[in-house]
Design a protein around this ligand. Structure first.
Ligand SMILES: [Mg+2]
Length: 382
């Protein structure tokens, strides 16, 4: 070639899926448990996707569910997997379209696209590894670290004293903010816990609360007015995840910012929230929204609307995407998936550092095999 660059496309040779049930160190309860809608959470189910190519490259991606749905994701991934074989792994857009059409009968949101998410993340990981770049830099990085807050220590099954003590430990570990759960049937109890934690931490520690969709509009407004003086970074999911108008009314009525979006499972659902200005901090989730490819569409629109983006859970993926978002925002520290991987995030001075390793910078740990419930492999060029 005149420019010295090889142009022949690589080809996908094998695709491997795994379904893992990763146990939590202790079960946690948010407001959905307090209101009787869900049981405590004791494990995370993960759908992994490993893709290898004729050039000898490999990519690792994953999706997840809490409580139910991973078997359906795994089944759907298996049904569409043959469409990947022989494809150019760098043509992620074309592959995404092909897989969407393969599963068109079950739609472009929810379980179907969450199965696709594991594949899509593996393709982006592979592409960044091919380039020899961390994913954040492949996507166009703005910074080498992102502000990080802890969520996993702030659940409702723990008394306020334990929440406060875990918060202190998180801060000692270098984490820069603390989120606690609220949304219990007795709002006075929420306010008591919040006051105790604020008192313990002092006024300078960034503090968020998360009601996990358990208030109606009147209760959310009452809570928001009651805590206006506490200077919270945000109030998260005060209302039903699909009540975009209600979130917009709250965001307009309160000085405290509103955060939501983690439960939404398609680009159009998140676009509605952006258009109605239902979130000051938008919280998309790569596995839930169908992968990095749709997430990037959401992020571009959120930036255009001048919103903050604080992606939900899976810090292992979202660290890269938050570093590639124009505004410095927050990544959520929840260590539940860490045992699946050999690597751990590095946290310093309130920020999580983007790793130098190519791709996501993750490899499946040997001990993960002990949590594997199912596996499937597809090889060869059709
Ligand atoms: Mg949340």
């Amino acid at each position: 070639m005149a420019d010295g660059l090889a142009t022949s496309a690589d080809r996908i040779e094998s695709v491997r899926f795994g379904h893992y049930a990763v146990p939590l160190a202790f079960a946690v309860s948010d407001a959905k448990v307090a209101t009787g809608r869900q049981r405590p959470l004791s494990q995370i189910d993960v759908l992994t996707c490993e893709i290898t190519t004729a050039d000898g490259l490999a990519g690792l991606g994953f999706s997840y569910t809490t409580r139910a749905g991973c078997r359906a994701q795994f089944a759907h991934a298996k049904e569409i997997a043959a469409n990947l074989l022989g494809e150019d792994p760098s043509a992620i857009g074309a592959i995404y379209d092909k897989l969407l059409w393969a599963g068109a009968s079950v739609g472009r949101s929810g379980v179907a696209t969450q199965a696709l998410a594991a594949i899509d993340v593996a393709l982006w990981d592979l592409k960044a590894r091919r380039a020899g770049l961390p994913l954040a830099k492949l996507l166009g990085s703005y910074r080498d670290s992102v502000r990080v807050y802890n969520t996993s220590g702030g659940y409702l099954q723990a008394p306020a004293e334990e929440v406060a003590e875990r918060a202190s430990r998180s801060l000692a570990d270098g984490i820069g903010g603390i989120k606690i759960k609220v949304g219990q049937p007795d709002m006075k109890e929420d306010l008591r816990r919040l006051a105790a934690v604020r008192e313990h931490l002092g006024d300078d520690v960034p503090l968020m609360v998360d009601a996990n969709q358990q208030w109606d509009r009147a209760a959310a407004l009452r809570f928001g007015r009651a805590v206006e003086e506490l200077g919270l970074v945000w109030i998260e999911e005060p209302l039903d995840a699909y009540d975009a108008e209600g979130h917009a009314q709250l965001a307009a009525a309160l000085d405290t910012p509103i955060a939501t979006g983690e439960m939404l499972t398609s680009v159009p659902e998140l676009v509605r929230l952006i258009d109605l200005r239902g979130a000051d901090f938008l919280q998309p989730d790569v596995p839930r929204v169908g992968g990095i490819t749709p997430y990037l569409k959401v992020a571009a629109l959120a930036d255009h609307a001048n919103l903050q983006v604080a992606p939900h859970f899976v810090m292992e993926i979202h660290l890269h995407l938050a570093a590639a978002y124009p505004r410095d925002s927050w990544v959520e520290h929840i260590e539940w998936l860490s045992p699946l991987f050999d690597e751990r995030p590095v946290i310093e001075d309130g920020r999580m550092l983007v790793p130098d390793r190519p791709g996501l910078g993750l490899s499946l740990a040997g001990q993960a095999a002990g949590w594997r419930l199912d596996a499937a492999e597809f090889t060869g060029r059709l």
